[in-house]
Ligand binder design. Structure first.
Ligand code: MYR
Length: 283
């Protein structure tokens, strides 16, 4: 039986409970306020982050985990495991995956296999939980990777921001040229394409954007197949609850959780952002 460790980074925003239940190891990204760096959810909680951004003149930036931290973590796992699968946020928006690859090449005593989720947040978590469940059953790296590639085909996620300037400022919005000029007036539905964030559809109001996301969700949920979904919010818990209740009322084949955009992703999306991720489960 193989003994594979599962590593992810903090931007999957998995609860402590899930991390412990599945024995998942995490490495934090950080937010930087002026001279000070805070590892998200270790040195700064999500609620403190959303309070702090109200008070500061200059908004934070973010940084990926240092190479040395990856090496330290992988080496510590060598004592217990045969191999590591390390699942990270999209390489199109962060250098985290590339750093994991460099660490994987230099670490001794254990084979490390980085996996580019090509997305982030709760949908990244779908990969992590799938991998962890399979690892717990004793599956080997090839079997787990095959399942993750297959899962990739089914995961969908769309999101909307209250203010596009955060994404633009952080340089994480591709195809932004088409939006510049009308940036403040527009509330596009966004998604990932080829590892990058691109506008999926340009819509003028948040209500229209949300309705469009619901329509896209219905393409899968309306089939009656079992769906696992997650409402993701940037400091909008009540709105997330409302979305969950609305979708649960409409579809009885859907299991919905609520997750959040923590400090690192919140820095780039801005407060008030909302997203919906899902996949057809049980396939
Ligand atoms: C870094 O400094 O390396 C981190 C950069 C993070 C960029 C985040 C951009 C927004 C991602 C939105 C994900 C939405 C998933 C549903």
């Amino acid at each position: 039986m193989a003994n594979v460790a599962i590593v992810t980074d903090s931007t999957a925003y998995l609860s402590e409970e899930m991390l412990n239940a599945y024995n998942i190891h995490t490495i934090p990204l950080s937010v930087v306020f002026g001279e000070k760096t805070y590892r998200e959810e270790i040195d700064m909680t999500t609620s403190t982050f959303y309070e702090k951004i109200q008070e500061v003149d200059q908004l934070p930036t973010t940084s990926q985990p240092p190479l040395g931290e990856f090496i330290k973590l992988y080496e510590s796992l060598a004592e217990t495991y045969d191999a590591v699968i390390s699942i990270h946020l999209s390489s199109g928006i962060s250098g985290t995956f590339a750093t994991a690859q460099t660490a994987a090449e230099s670490v001794e005593g254990i084979e490390v296999h980085p996996f580019d989720s090509e997305i982030s947040c709760a949908p990244q978590g779908y990969f992590v939980l799938e991998a962890a469940e399979r690892a717990a059953k004793g599956e080997d790296v090839d079997e787990i990777f095959a399942r993750l590639e297959e899962l990739r085909e089914r995961i969908r996620a769309y999101f909307m921001v209250d203010n596009l300037n955060h994404l633009h400022r952080g340089g994480r919005l591709s195809g932004a040229q088409a939006l510049v000029g009308s940036m403040l007036q527009i509330k596009p539905v966004l998604h990932f394409e080829d590892k990058m964030i691109v506008p999926f559809e340009k819509v003028r109001t948040s209500k229209k954007a949300l309705n469009r996301i619901y329509e896209l969700f219905e393409e899968d949920a309306g089939t009656g197949k079992p769906i696992r979904a997650t409402v993701i919010h940037a400091n909008r818990p009540a709105q997330a609850e409302e979305m969950k209740a609305e979708l649960e009322k409409k579809f009885n084949n859907v299991t919905i959780d609520i997750s959040y955009f923590g400090p690192v992703i919140g820095t780039h999306l801005g407060e008030g952002s909302l997203g919906l991720g899902w996949y057809i489960s049980g396939a």
